[in-house]
Ligand binder design. Sequence first.
Ligand code: SF4
Length: 131
Amino acid sequence: MTKSKVDYNCSKCPGYCCTYPRIVVTDKDIARLANHFGISEDAARLRYTRQYEFESDDPDEYVNERILKHRKDHIYKTSCMFLDPEARRCTIYEGRPSVCREFPNGKKCGYYGFLKFERKHQDDKEFIPSA
Ligand code: SF4
């Protein structure tokens, strides 16, 4: 038996990373989305993304970025608009942004570790810690 290269299993997670409020998209991601849906980049930008700006007196805290739109979610309040709310899977897997492709940027996922720990201690394989 080969040892898994990663220490997490997305198929057992309800898509916590897809509920991050700011899922940043680049121009390249918008082009990929446009291609995925067969629409123009302008239409993809408008339909699926919005600008997020956070102003602060501290210039290090200033944020101005393009992010994926959210919608209501029955587990985590809101999620990325592309998360299937029942199957808890990405509905645009081939067209998803780079940040989603790279997550969690290593062999471990912090949330999956937490989920595994809680499910073991609650003795419930389906347990989802409240958001
Ligand atoms: S695009 Fe897909 S993988 Fe990325 S946050 Fe949305 S549902 Fe999750």
